[in-house]
Design a protein around this ligand. Structure first.
Ligand code: SME
Length: 149
């Protein structure tokens, strides 16, 4: 297991923190360790509503605290249940801009008991920065996080 996965797992399995603290620590670790992760945060399904609500995050404050299902990259992942890698956000029509510096984005759903309950969202200030390994690591992370939600 890679060093970063080990560190992520020790946050997830820590008995000393509440879930939101763990999620924030995960954002902080990813933000520190991966230089092209420039906004890292979680969105969750907002109760019974067809919308996402912003959870713990690290990065610039965003206007998008609530995102209707289907809107933007995040809203599309809420209905597709699949990872969405966007190498260049300017090529996307259905995109919600959070910062003028953002050039790329990756969103990975969190599936628990077959239900799409939320997602991790990462913005980058670099064009086409996300590797196959990043995607694999984030998909692994979302599976691990599902166990504590
Ligand atoms: N860009 C996202 C909105 C969330 S912010 O990036 C934090 C989207 O298109 O859904």
């Amino acid at each position: 297991m890679s060093e970063i996965k080990k560190r992520l797992l020790s946050i997830i399995e820590s008995p000393n923190h509440h879930t939101d603290t763990k999620l924030l620590k995960i954002c902080q670790l990813l933000d520190q360790e991966i230089p092209y992760f420039n906004w890292t945060g979680f969105y969750f399904k907002n109760g019974d509503k067809e919308e996402l609500i912003l959870g713990p995050y690290v990065g610039a404050e965003t206007d998008h605290k609530i995102i209707p299902f289907g809107k933007g990259i995040c809203g599309q992942v809420a209905v597709s249940n699949e990872t969405f890698v966007v190498p260049d956000v300017h090529e996307q029509e259905n995109y919600l801009s959070c910062s003028i510096d953002t050039k790329a984005e990756i969103v990975v759903p969190i599936i628990k008991n077959g239900e799409n309950i939320g997602q991790i969202d990462i913005d980058s200030h670099s064009l086409n920065p996300f590797t196959k390994e990043d995607r694999e690591m984030l998909e692994w992370l979302c599976e691990e996080i599902a166990h504590i939600l």
